[in-house]
Design a binder for this molecule. Structure first.
Ligand SMILES: [Zn+2]
Length: 317
C-alpha cells in the first residue's frame, strides 16, 4: 500500500502528530459504534436478525472477539443510565476495560438482595476518570464493598484442549472440595479435570434421562393472543390443550430440533442457541394448532417472545 510506504518518509514530528489525530478519530468512531450498539440493543434488532443475544450478534455477525464484544455491551448499557460515560470514553479519560470491571462488580452486587443505584454508578464513573485498571479495581471494590473476582478465562490451545481459569468464593471452593471427596471413590486420581468431567457426565446423563424442561409459550403471551383474536369462549379449552403437550411429544421435538430453530427472514441466519429452550407452536393453539410434533418446534426463550411480538405487531423496545 502506498499509504504504508509513505509513512517511512515522514519526519518524527509528523508521525507523532498523525498518530495522535488517528487515535482521536479512533475514539470518535468507537463512541459512534457504542451509540449504534445501544440502538441495536434498544430495538432488540439482533433477535429479528437471527441471534439470541446482543453479545452473539456482535461476535458472530460483527466479528468481535468475546472480550471486545462484552466491553462494548457493558459501555452501551451503562451509557443508557449514565450518559456522561460516553464523553469520558470519547476523551480517553476512561477505558472500556475500566467500565467492564465496574459492570462485572455491579452484576455481582445485583445478584444479591442489594441493587446499585444510578447515583452510585454516576459517582463511581467520576472517580474512575484518569485511573489505571488496578486503581479502578481498588476503587470499585471499596465503593461497592465487595471482593472483586477475577474474570473467568478460557484459552483454546493448539491441540484443541482448553485452559480454564476461574475464581471461586470460599463457600464455592468448600462445596467443590466436598464434591471431589464424594467422587474420589470412583475416580482414578481425583485430578480437577477428572472431577469436572465426572460432574459434567452426571449432569448430562440426568438431563438425557429426564423429560426435557421445555416450556410452552407463556400463558401471558397466549392469553393476549386469545384476547386479540376475541376467542374468549375458547379460552378454557385452549388453556387445557396448551398445558397438555405429551411428554413423548416433547421428547420427540427436542430430540429432532436440539437447538433454537428461529431463522431470520432478513439475514437467513439460524439462531441455533441451546440456552433456555422452549417449545413453540408453528400454528398457535388459539388458531387451531395442535400439540403434535409436526406443529411444534424448539425456540430459545428470547426468540419465542420475539415471534410473539412480530405476530402481535409489537415493536421491541
Ligand atoms: Zn433463538
Amino acid at each position: 500500500m502506498s499509504e504504508k510506504s509513505c509513512v517511512k518518509k515522514l519526519t518524527d514530528l509528523v508521525v507523532d502528530s498523525n498518530l495522535r489525530q488517528l487515535v482521536t478519530s479512533e475514539r470518535e468512531i468507537l463512541t459512534e459504534i457504542i451509540i449504534y450498539i445501544r440502538e441495536v440493543d434498544c430495538r432488540k434488532l439482533y433477535l429479528s436478525f437471527g441471534y439470541p443475544s446482543l453479545f452473539e450478534y456482535l461476535t458472530r455477525r460483527m466479528g468481535y472477539s468475546n472480550a471486545s464484544a462484552q466491553r462494548r455491551v457493558n459501555v452501551a448499557r451503562l451509557s443508557n443510565e449514565v450518559p456522561v460515560v460516553m464523553d469520558h470514553v470519547e476523551s480517553g479519560e476512561i477505558k472500556l476495560s475500566q467500565i467492564s470491571v465496574m459492570a462485572q462488580a455491579i452484576r455481582q452486587v445485583n445478584r444479591g438482595s442489594d441493587k446499585v443505584s444510578t447515583e452510585t454508578k454516576e459517582q463511581l464513573i467520576s472517580e474512575l476518570v484518569g485511573k489505571s485498571l488496578n486503581q479502578t479495581e481498588v476503587i470499585v471494590s471499596a465503593a461497592l464493598n465487595i471482593p472483586l473476582k477475577q474474570h473467568t478465562k478460557a484459552k483454546h490451545q493448539k491441540d484443541e484442549s482448553v485452559r480454564f481459569e476461574v475464581t471461586l468464593t470460599k463457600e464455592q471452593w468448600e462445596k467443590f472440595n466436598r464434591a471431589r471427596d464424594i467422587l474420589s471413590t470412583s475416580l482414578s486420581n481425583g485430578s480437577w479435570d477428572q472431577v469436572i468431567e465426572s460432574m459434567s457426565d452426571q449432569v448430562i446423563l440426568k438431563k438425557d434421562k429426564a423429560t426435557p424442561r421445555l416450556k410452552a409459550r407463556t400463558s401471558k403471551i397466549t392469553n393476549s393472543q386469545i384476547k386479540k383474536a376475541n376467542l374468549n369462549s375458547a379460552s378454557d379449552a385452549t388453556k387445557a390443550s396448551r398445558t397438555a403437550i405429551p411428554k413423548s411429544v416433547q421428547h420427540e421435538v427436542f430430540a429432532r430440533d436440539r437447538c433454537c430453530q428461529y431463522q431470520s427472514k432478513i439475514t437467513g441466519h439460524k439462531c441455533s442457541s441451546t440456552w433456555n429452550l422452549t417449545l413453540d407452536h408453528v400454528q398457535p393453539i388459539w388458531a387451531g394448532g395442535k400439540n403434535e410434533a409436526s406443529n411444534l418446534r424448539v425456540f430459545c426463550a428470547n426468540h419465542n417472545i420475539e415471534l410473539y411480538r412480530q405476530q402481535a405487531g409489537i415493536r421491541s423496545v
